[in-house]
Write a protein that binds this ligand. Structure first.
Ligand code: ZN
Length: 235
């Protein structure tokens, strides 16, 4: 990662350090983009669409490259531009096989999770094909250390532009559909905590200790049913 383009991006980031109060940082010779955490206003705004002429610009190509480095470094399976301080309708996704190695075949099957190659989504529109009724714990790089159960649609259709500005149509099922919903939510200022079963919020430490080994039915019993009982009690 050397050369004029990197230098231009670095200069731009130095300006932004002043403007955005340390959303970016440097780590040795390799610059990493610091990820905005919950509470940053940029995570709650509506990101703007990219204009066609912007998509192939050096600035956007550099942004995508640095977001990819940041996602690998985190690591994570998706990152949206607002998470790096850019209120733009741009997100990247990559679910590597090595990230799935710790999950049992049964867990992978239940989540319908399989590797997704790196790709870029620009100005996406999402349609939920099924209701949001598949519930699993998920996390977010902007809320480090926590996880919560989020009901999501099992199947979605996404229309978007790719990194070259060409139209792409994606039909996704299972975990990939979940990632798409999570990342596109970021472009609308929505975080998973807005959609989760609020009683399920857990530190990762307590998730490992108490909830990781529970079945989906047990988790529904523990969190979903109780919230319904609370609602009916109020009536
Ligand atoms: Zn997120």
């Amino acid at each position: 990662m050397q050369g004029r383009n990197t230098q231009a991006f670095r200069d731009d980031c130095h300006r932004r350090i002043v403007e955005l109060d340390l959303l970016f940082c440097e780590n040795g010779n390799e610059m990493r983009i610091k990820i905005a955490s919950v509470g940053e206003p940029v995570l709650r705004g509506e990101a703007r669409p990219l204009r066609p002429e912007e998509i192939r610009s050096q600035r956007i190509r550099d942004l995508i490259e640095h977001m990819r480095e940041t996602l690998l470094d985190a690591p994570g399976v998706g990152l949206a531009a607002p998470q790096v301080g850019e209120p733009l309708q741009l997100a990247i996704i990559e679910d590597k096989a090595e990230y799935q190695a710790k999950l049992s075949p049964a867990d992978l099957e239940e989540r319908e999770r399989s590797p997704v190659p790196f790709h870029v989504l620009i100005n996406p529109q999402i349609h939920l094909v099924s209701p949001p009724e598949v519930a699993f714990f998920e996390g977010c790089l902007s809320l480090p250390g926590f996880t919560g159960i989020v009901p999501r649609a099992r199947r979605v259709l996404v229309e978007a532009l790719d990194h070259l500005g060409q139209s792409v149509s994606i039909e996704a099922t299972g975990w990939y559909a979940r990632i798409l919903q999570h990342e596109i939510d970021h472009l609308r200022g929505t975080l998973y905590i807005d959609r989760m079963w609020s009683r399920s919020l857990s530190s990762l430490e307590n998730y490992d200790r108490h909830w990781k080994s529970k079945t989906t039915a047990e988790l529904r019993q523990a969190f979903e049913d109780r919230s319904q009982k609370t609602a009916s009690t109020r009536i």
